[in-house]
Design a protein around this ligand. Structure first.
Ligand code: BCO
Length: 565
């Protein structure tokens, strides 16, 4: 089954873009598919114009803070100026062109927003990644994405340099730092000296914009490729109803900028509404810092993984009343009804749920003001038609367990990924009848509310991270103590799920102390791959149960963990 990126039927073309009077975001209708769309020229520059005309208040477009008391506040005008400079840095100094891939591995620093919008202005496809990655993760990403450029900080530059010779496509390296490094271009100085005179590309809505790496059951992460439509979707009326952001809102999304959630929330959603994007540098997660930040700054809306809210609730804070907070939203993993209720009781603010994937963006959610059914992740957000389907793509009746499917035929909705880059087989495997099959299990009630049940495959969702078992098994296999291993999901009261490894030891390690070996294996995994993947639980077993064809029965192990066997 070979299916290219263009294998899905495009939606009918009818552009009905309307610019409403006054300082309101440019609007399209839910099912519009304009021929051309560019977030930088169509949305960001629109707000710059509104600022110039005095039709937007004084709030900054970007408000960044850190623990040392540093602060950056940029207006939309400054964002337009700086992102035009970034565009010139990439094309004129870096020699990158429309369609080239740029690996973007930055922590929460203001430059991340200059890079993403600079790429959009030029049509360069950005591939975000978390700064938790190690050299091997970076090598894999640079090789498979054939990235021509990379931008990162001096923490990761040595890791990049250690593998760069194995990445023939890599031509240019940008460093975001106050120090220089041989072989790297200094992004900060280049931005200062670059011209702000730049003409944005006239990108087609279907032109590629970003690639997100996403883990699957087998193999290494796949590349979910999105077109410019991912940003356009934030302009659709149904999407605007989700958070109902206004120009006066100060919106904080805590997700690491390596994930699609940050791209959607901390950029497209917030700036489409002309709101302020608030960012705390947050080099390490600390519930105290979150609570202090919500108390100190005039943040009105906050979006984070359920684990973040859970970890705050599990601390003993004297008060969780925040002066300006009006709306909170959780996404990335399952949220329990009792957590929603506890958050409401302690903060006085309702906690809404959203659901999505790297392939889909935000798929469904409880729209602001909509009735919350505790534990439900809400209803489909148009233009997505979400249904619960069986393995053949038949729509199942209400309250029946099945896969969450998004209708792609006859029309593939704006906002859904184009394909897995260079992997038509895996792309085709996600198609199920007229639907894209998310691989997530759920039920839908008669009112259209969706209730998440779990994965249909072996993918692990630990505190909002999607982790492929083979990535962890491969890392464990590099340790001499490991003869073989099976990695599965295991329930956890703090992180929802955690990674658990069943390990068969090599003969020479059989007599070793198990607690010490557990720690050693955990540290080993943290050192060879991004540490969020390390097995928080390890069990040593004499052997692993296998199928007749020799495949490890992960399913059986997982069911045992969840008490289903
Ligand atoms: O717990 P340990 O200490 O043993 O190990 C932790 C950390 O110490 C370590 N680590 C973290 N930052 C580090 C670091 N090590 C070195 N350098 C650093 N800078 O890594 C281990 C794992 O970290 P973690 O992130 O799992 O745990 P942590 O730090 O307690 O953070 C908790 C959360 C909840 C903040 C974190 O798990 C998180 O950010 N989760 C959300 C992920 C997310 O945003 N998902 C959204 C994906 S997009 C999507 O779902 C589509 C929606 C449309």
């Amino acid at each position: 089954i070979h299916k290219s990126c263009h294998g899905f039927l495009p939606a009918p073309r009818h552009l009905r873009c309307q610019f409403l009077s006054g300082a309101e975001a440019p609007r399209w209708n839910d099912h519009d598919t304009p021929e051309e769309f560019n977030f930088a020229s169509g949305v960001l520059d629109y707000w710059t114009q509104m600022e110039k005309e005095g039709k937007r208040g004084p709030n900054p477009a970007l408000w960044w803070v850190n623990d040392q008391g540093d602060e950056v506040k940029w207006s939309f005008r400054e964002m337009t100026d700086l992102t035009r400079r970034a565009a010139n840095v990439f094309t004129q100094t870096g020699g990158l062109r429309q369609g080239d891939h740029l690996a973007l591995i930055l922590p929460r620093v203001p430059e991340w927003w200059l890079v993403t919008v600079g790429c959009i202005r030029t049509g360069i496809v950005f591939t975000p990644g978390t700064t938790l990655m190690k050299a091997k993760d970076i090598l894999y990403r640079l090789q498979v994405s054939k990235a021509k450029g990379i931008i990162t900080t001096d923490t990761l530059a040595p890791e990049v340099d250690s593998v760069a010779s194995e990445c023939p496509a890599l031509k240019i390296k940008f460093l975001v730092s106050d120090h220089s490094r041989e072989g790297w271009l200094d992004f900060r100085s280049l931005i200062k000296s670059a011209s702000s005179d730049h003409t944005c590309v006239k990108s087609k809505t279907m032109d590629p914009m970003a690639i997100f790496f996403t883990s699957g059951t087998s193999g290494l992460p796949k590349m979910a490729k999105h077109n410019q439509g991912l940003a356009l979707r934030s302009s659709f009326p149904s999407c605007r109803k989700l958070l109902q952001l206004k120009t006066s809102d100060v919106f904080w999304c805590l997700s690491d900028p390596g994930w699609i959630l940050a791209v959607l929330a901390s950029m497209f959603e917030a700036w489409t509404a002309g709101s302020t994007v608030f960012i705390h540098h947050l080099p390490r997660f600390d519930p105290n810092v979150i609570v202090q930040t919500l108390s100190k700054y005039p943040i009105t809306q906050c979006l984070a993984a359920p684990s973040v809210f859970r970890m705050i609730l599990q601390q003993d804070f004297t008060s969780l009343r925040f002066p300006t907070l009006e709306h909170t939203c959780a996404g990335g993993e399952a949220l329990l009804p009792e957590e929603q209720e506890q958050w409401r009781r302690q903060t006085g603010v309702l906690l809404y749920q959203v659901y999505g994937q790297s392939e889909t963006g935000i798929t469904c959610g409880i729209l602001r003001g909509m009735k919350i059914k505790p534990g439900s992740m809400g209803k489909a957000i148009p233009p997505f038609d979400v249904q619960i389907i069986d393995d053949k793509g038949n729509v199942l009746p209400p309250n029946t367990e099945g896969n969450i499917g998004i209708r792609i035929k006859p029309t593939k909705p704006i906002g859904l990924f184009m394909c897995y880059q260079d992997d038509p087989v895996k792309t085709a495997e996600t198609e199920c009848g007229d639907f894209y099959n998310t691989g997530d299990r759920a039920t839908m009630d008669a009112e259209g509310y969706i209730w998440f049940l779990g994965r249909s495959d072996d993918v692990i969702n630990a505190s909002g991270y999607r982790i492929g078992p083979t990535e962890v098994e491969n890392a464990l296999a590099e340790h001499p103590a490991v003869a073989e291993s099976a990695v599965v999901s295991s329930p956890d009261p703090i992180r929802g799920e955690v990674v658990k490894a069943f390990v068969v030891l090599t003969p020479q390690f059989l007599s070793r102390d198990r607690d010490q070996l557990t720690k050693e294996l955990q540290e080993h995994v943290k050192s060879v791959t991004a540490p969020y993947k390390y097995p928080r639980k390890v069990e040593f077993v004499p052997e692993l149960s296998k199928t007749v064809t020799g495949k490890i029965k992960r399913n059986e192990l997982r069911k045992k963990e969840f008490g289903q066997l």
